[in-house]
Design a protein. Structure first.
Lengths: 325, 313
């Protein structure tokens, strides 16, 4: 299958300055040497704890965070080398859905104005057709246009707001959507409906999704392949089914063993004989020497504390960065 | 509207409980965002702001219609009738007469037209100049921000009255020079306030979301940041009107305002002070009207501050 988005050795660093005149005192390597390749019409997942660099990478793809090293390609166009005009055009094809819809939509605007913005900015349809297009897109996300057109955000529920955010992204006819924790700000009852909607839209419009989440049940239900992030680094990547069935990296094992089990079917994913995860994610400023996970790893040995493990392919398409393999 | 007081109390309670449990901002934000009807309700609930609004409207309507309804419209300008000079308060002269025998009631209300007009126009000019500068400084940042803000600091450090005196000294006494002199300094406060407001709105996700949609700077500034930072400006304009009127009256009192015989409240107070305390009504009534206008505007401003839920220093 053809690749739609490739992330090649991407690094995003944030510099810390102190004093006057400004002096560089440290660097936060929020995204450190990440490789990803996402194929057309698949759903790719990025999993990791808070502060593991998931959102930073997604915003680097969107061009909000500049890359310090490496490159990101969308259909073989290098995104960080684009000229301004091409940028506006290419980024119509890549859209981003925020975690919290109430913060990503302007609270002073009506639904109509929110949806009109991308149309006006890109000067899309003839003026007299614009309202009809907005009505259609509202219908596509299951909101009756006559009810919602002139409402304000204050009168919408979380799920309805997220539908508006999705509608706004779809107006530009993207083929690649980044979903940054698309359901974590929503009620559980609404989460399933939003995931269902996203799934049906994907099939209808041939979309490719990059899903960022720490919700393992979402990941296991919707993604084809995943990357496990820890402190800005990929620990393990491969097919979702493979990773859930046979997690290789100790971090992945710990992560999966922390899922609360509700249904019997989930039980088989829970690795047995693994101690539960302990401690907090270490600070980005003083990264541990060697393997980043060595401070919390139950299987730690000498080599882990001195040498950073390389990414190795263990089985077909299943990669892991750990000295155990 | 009947359910509103209960709803308000409920909202406050939920907010407090939510905050004590550290429940997500999403939840609290939902409660915070009120409809216009809730806001108007809060404005109406506050008796002082309704009284203020009523008083202010009364003064404005009276000022506009004054040439037609005051008892002695001819006596407003250049008019001398020494036989009636310095008459005390009576039914024929509600506020008494001044040293030239002119009816103070008529003069005061006709004179309030200039005072109110200047009081309204100066904060508006200030906002029209200051708000875009503040938006640009806050959003663009860098050298542009440094340049705008340092110039603003210079203007902030000089009291408007001093600059107004200089400008009137240079340009002569006229309404234009009073307005120009006061508004040349007035905008700096708006730059400060909008700049600070822009810095916080700029961090919001919906601004970033708009950037991702490809929205340009100009549209982001005027279509997203401006509507989201405009409330404090509205409140400040309201409160500033009183302050501007006071400044105009001060200029009048210093003899730098509108030239006699054109009536203006500050100048009338100044003329009357020669006859204090025996002929107290000559300064007292114009001063009282200044006081009432400023008071009513401040009441409205306080109400607006409650309604729009902003803090203005």
């Amino acid at each position: 299958m053809a690749e739609i988005l490739t992330v090649d050795k991407a690094c995003v660093y944030f510099s810390i300055y102190r004093g006057f005149p400004k002096k560089l005192v440290g660097q936060i390597k929020a995204v450190d040497n990440i490789n990803l390749s996402i194929e057309k019409e698949e759903t790719y997942g990025i999993v990791g704890e808070s502060g593991s660099g998931k959102t930073t990478l997604a915003k680097a793809i969107m061009g909000i965070n500049p890359l310090d090293h490496g490159s990101i390609y969308y259909r073989h166009e290098e995104l960080n080398e684009l000229r301004k005009r091409d940028k506006k055009f290419i980024y119509r094809k890549i859209q981003y859905i925020y975690q919290d819809p109430s913060s990503s939509l302007d609270p002073r605007k009506s639904v109509k104005d929110i949806l009109m913005e991308p149309i006006k900015v890109h000067n899309l349809y003839p003026k007299e057709e614009r309202l009809r297009v907005i009505g259609e897109i509202l219908g596509a996300v299951d909101l009756p246009p006559s009810d919602f057109m002139s409402r304000y955000l204050a009168n919408l529920s979380g799920g309805q707001k997220q539908r508006i955010a999705i509608a706004r992204a779809l107006l530009l006819h993207p083929d690649f959507l980044i979903l940054d924790e698309p359901t974590s700000a929503l009620d559980v009852s609404v989460q399933a409906k939003i995931l269902e909607l996203l799934d049906s839209l994907k099939k209808r419009l041939n979309l490719t999704y990059l899903v960022i989440t720490h919700d393992l049940s979402v990941i296991s239900n919707v993604t084809n392949r995943i990357s496990i992030f820890y402190l800005g680094h990929t620990m393990e990547k491969g097919k979702t089914y493979d990773i859930f069935r046979e997690p290789l990296h100790p971090y992945t094992k710990l992560l999966l063993s922390s899922i609360p089990i509700i249904a019997e079917s989930e039980k088989k994913f829970k690795p047995s004989g693994v101690p539960t995860i302990e401690g907090e994610i270490p600070s980005f400023v003083n990264l541990p020497k060697g393997c980043r996970f060595s401070t919390r790893c139950p299987y730690v040995f000498d080599k882990c504390q001195s040498l950073e493990p390389e990414m190795k392919e263990v089985k077909g398409g299943h990669y892991v960065a750990c000295h155990l393999y | 509207m009947n359910g509103n007081p209960a709803r308000e109390r409920n909202q406050k309670k939920i907010k407090r409980i939510a905050a004590s449990f550290g429940i997500g901002s999403n939840f609290i934000q939902n409660i915070k965002s009120e409809t216009l009807r809730d806001r108007l309700y809060r404005f109406r609930k506050s008796k002082l702001s309704i009284i203020g609004l009523a008083m202010f409207l009364f003064f404005v309507v009276f000022a506009i219609l004054s040439p037609f309804i005051v008892p002695y419209p001819k006596e407003v300008g250049a008019y001398v009738n020494f036989s009636q000079a310095l008459r005390p308060v009576s039914l024929t002269h509600l506020f008494g007469t001044d040293e030239f025998g002119r009816d103070i009631f008529s003069r005061a209300f006709v004179g309030s037209r200039i005072t109110i007009f200047v009081g309204l126009i100066i904060p508006i000019i200030g906002a029209v100049i200051g708000v875009p500068l503040g938006l640009i400084a806050g959003y663009v940042g860098g050298k542009v921000e440094a340049a705008i803000m340092r110039v603003t600091d210079v203007f902030l450090s000089i009291p408007p009255l001093i600059i107004a005196i200089l400008v009137i000294g240079a340009m002569g006494h006229s309404m234009t020079s009073i307005i120009f002199g006061l508004s040349i300094d007035w905008w700096s406060w708006y730059v400060r306030m909008v700049h600070a407001e822009t810095l916080s709105v700029k961090q919001q996700n919906y601004i970033e979301a708009s950037r991702m949609l490809g929205t340009g700077r100009f549209r982001i500034i005027f279509s997203h940041i401006l509507p989201n930072s405009v409330f404090p400006v509205i409140v400040k304009i309201t409160l500033d009107m009183g302050y501007a009127i006071l400044n105009v009256a001060s200029l009048g009192f210093l003899g730098l305002g509108i030239y006699p015989p054109t009536p203006e409240l500050g100048a009338m107070v100044a003329e009357g002070r020669l006859y204090l305390p025996a002929y107290w009504w000559v300064s007292f009534f114009p001063a009282l009207i200044i006081l009432l206008i400023i008071l009513s505007i401040n009441f409205i401003g306080d109400g607006m501050r409650d309604v729009l839920d902003v803090e203005v220093t």
